[in-house]
Design a protein around this ligand. Structure first.
Ligand code: SDX
Length: 394
């Protein structure tokens, strides 16, 4: 059948579901969205076009792309009543907490987000989500730094609009740098889907109860926040900053990561599926070199990351366990260079992963045979026993 690399029973038995969206070969370091290699999409596509590919299963023609882009432009505002939600949050609220709550609240403003067979309605719902999450993300950043919200501008591209909402201030417009727009498109494309990872499986499992799209995505955002999943990109930069502050001795941290008595891990290293170099990390690493050079930024963290990777990949502990840099290892260095604070890195991961989550929710709603079944367990508790009255208990 198309798309199967192997029907090896050992593999098929571990599969939690079937899907036609993303093909991932962890041994060979292959990642394709609807059959197209990420290396090609990263070079030739945009995040909006790749989102269409993942959600609708094909690259859009000119008319389809224009219609999709227009929907995204037209649905970028959030309801003014929703804007007031931000007033209730402390400035210390993590943007991921705000994002998950606000996405869930979208279901109160657009209760119809469920019927995948009503194509016109679900297309608008999908566009609303893709566009409004970008606005909510930018507003949550502005809230955290006490700056006024910058509204979406219909004349700007998806990524240009996001950058403008993030960084423009009333006193000074934000000058959009096309190199930055290009690298942000690349990063969002590389994060757009990744098969049955923790957050995508969460979206599918929650959606399998016929939960509406917004609530299913809100659950995925919470799962992504975990430091072993999407939260790792923030942890990587904090780890690199700690190494830098400690004098840059990477061997010391490699040694610590091997010490089982320490709970320190090399963040951004290792993967549940890739037992080879994560193809996304390779693309992000070279993009980091290019954009920092273009912007004339000499970030010591990039040099430390390179030395840390080199030291780990020479160490038998990492080689024997097939631990390589993953998607999170270099992404934060680019986000820093653009001006994002580290508490926005996982929000950026969520923004990128959104089309993948939507595609998986839609696939499962359209084809219930792709539902993740109800997980079962091996019971390890007590055998049946009597109820002991309170006064007779030890
Ligand atoms: C993402 O699933 C996806 O596709 C996720 C993702 C996506 O796009 O959605 O790719 C995004 O989540 C990437 C991963 C981001 N997380 C991190 O970078 C956190 C650091 N990495 C790990 O904690 C770990 O590598 C995992 C969780 C990512 C993967 O864990 P595994 O494959 O289940 O490996 P394991 O935890 O069973 O560890 C195997 C061995 C253990 O040692 P031993 O018991 O054999 O002695 O490897 C060691 C672990 O201690 N190990 C590490 C390590 N990762 C694993 N040791 C030091 N540093 C690390 N980073």
């Amino acid at each position: 059948q198309t798309g199967y690399v192997s029907l090896d029973p050992a593999f098929v038995n571990t599969a939690s579901t079937k899907s036609a969206i993303t093909f991932l070969d962890g041994e060979k370091g292959i990642l394709r969205y609807r059959g197209i290699p990420i290396e090609v999409l990263g070079e030739k596509s945009t995040f909006v076009e790749t989102s269409y590919l993942l959600i609708y299963g094909k690259l859009p023609n000119r008319v389809e792309l224009s219609k999709f882009s227009t929907l995204l432009t037209r649905h970028s505002l959030i309801h003014e009543d929703m804007k007031r939600f931000f007033d209730g949050y402390p400035s210390t609220a993590h943007p991921m907490a705000i994002l998950s709550a606000m996405v869930l609240s979208l279901s109160s403003f657009y209760p119809e987000a469920i019927d995948v067979n009503n194509h016109e309605q679900i297309d608008i719902t999908i566009a609303r989500l893709l566009s409004k999450v970008r606005t909510i993300a930018a507003f949550s950043y502005k809230k955290s730094i006490g700056q006024p919200f910058a509204y979406p501008q219909n004349s700007l591209s998806y990524c240009g609009n996001f950058l403008n909402m993030m960084f423009s201030v009333p006193a000074e417009p934000y000058e959009i740098d096309e190199d930055i727009v290009k690298v942000l498109n690349l990063l969002l494309i590389l994060h757009a889907d990744h098969e049955q990872n923790c957050s995508t499986s969460t979206v599918r499992l929650v959606g399998s109860a016929r939960t509406n799209l917004f609530a299913s995505i809100a659950a995925g955002i919470c799962a992504l926040w975990g430091p072993l999943h999407g939260g790792a990109n923030q942890e990587v930069v904090e780890m690199l900053e700690a190494i830098h502050a400690d004098g840059g001795d990477v061997q010391k941290f490699v040694k610590l990561a091997k010490d089982k008595t320490s709970n320190f891990r090399l963040m951004g290293f290792g993967h549940r599926v890739y037992k080879n170099y994560d193809p996304r990390a390779r693309l992000i690493s070279s993009a980091a070199e290019k954009i920092l050079t273009k912007l004339g930024i000499n970030d010591p963290l990039l040099e430390i990351a390179k030395r840390l990777e080199e030291a780990a990949l020479k160490d038998p502990y990492f080689v024997d366990r097939r631990l390589y840099p993953n998607v999170d290892f270099y992404s934060g260095i680019i986000y820093r260079a653009i001006g994002f604070p580290s508490n926005m890195f996982t929000v950026l991961f969520a923004l990128g992963r959104l089309p993948g989550w939507i595609a998986h929710w839609k696939e499962m709603m359209e084809d219930p045979s792709t539902k993740i079944g109800r997980p079962r367990q091996i019971y390890t508790g007590e055998v049946e026993r009597a109820y002991t009255p309170l006064d007779e208990r030890a």
